[in-house]
Design a protein around this ligand. Structure first.
Ligand code: AMP
Length: 188
């Protein structure tokens, strides 16, 4: 299995690059952000709890993320899985490793997209015009950056200890960045 975690700050292009990776390598796509937005749209108990946190720019609690994953992740992904926006905390690293161990597999690579904050802010404010996302406004974006620095960055250290992190410059055209990611995957 080719199991990839696409990692990086809010607005770094994870969603855009995921589409290319899923098609090219035939992977199952798991985006916890998309799954949470589905739960919100369906007005489930999980969705109602998550919305309060997402609208403030916080991270949804690990307990809810576990429930989300249990509900949506099946145990047959022949070619591999692409995780977008997960893991986002230290605890979630253990959850991910556990899920993959149950499949007699492990994480192949974590791709860390680096983009400066001023560019991220511009991109997300631009995206807000069409995304309709309630968390794409300046105040909430600043909170999302803070959560990323404090809770999510330690995830990189966790996988660096396993020698699985490849950091990529996330500034450029969609095609340029896609090529950088493919170069990494083909080198492992
Ligand atoms: P995203 O679509 O990945 O930018 O996620 C949007 C929002 O959903 C984030 O700002 C968090 O509030 C929440 N979220 C998504 N994935 C996770 C996760 N793995 N852990 C905690 N919160 C998450």
């Amino acid at each position: 299995m080719l199991n990839i975690a696409l990692f990086g700050p809010p607005g770094c292009g994870k969603g855009t690059q995921s589409k290319m990776l899923v098609e090219k390598y035939g992977l199952t796509y798991i985006s916890t952000g998309d799954l949470l937005r589905k739960e919100i749209a369906a007005n489930t108990e999980l969705g109602i709890k998550a919305k309060i946190i997402i609208d403030k720019g916080g991270l949804v609690g690990d307990d809810l993320v576990v429930k989300l994953i249990e509900k949506h992740v099946e145990n047959n992904h022949a070619q591999g899985i692409l995780f977008d926006g997960f893991p986002r905390t230290h605890v979630q690293c253990y959850i991910l490793d556990g899920i993959l161990a149950d499949m007699k597999s492990s994480l192949t690579v974590m791709i860390n997209l680096e983009v400066p904050e001023n560019i991220l802010m511009q991109r997300m404010l631009e995206r807000s015009k069409i995304s309709g996302r309630s968390d794409d406004n300046e105040t909430v974006i600043k909170m999302r950056f803070k959560e990323y620095q404090e809770k999510t960055l330690p995830v990189v250290e966790f996988y660096q200890r396993q020698n699985k992190v490849h950091t990529i410059n996330g500034v450029g055209t969609v095609e340029e960045i896609a090529q950088r990611i493919q170069n990494v995957i083909e080198s492992i």
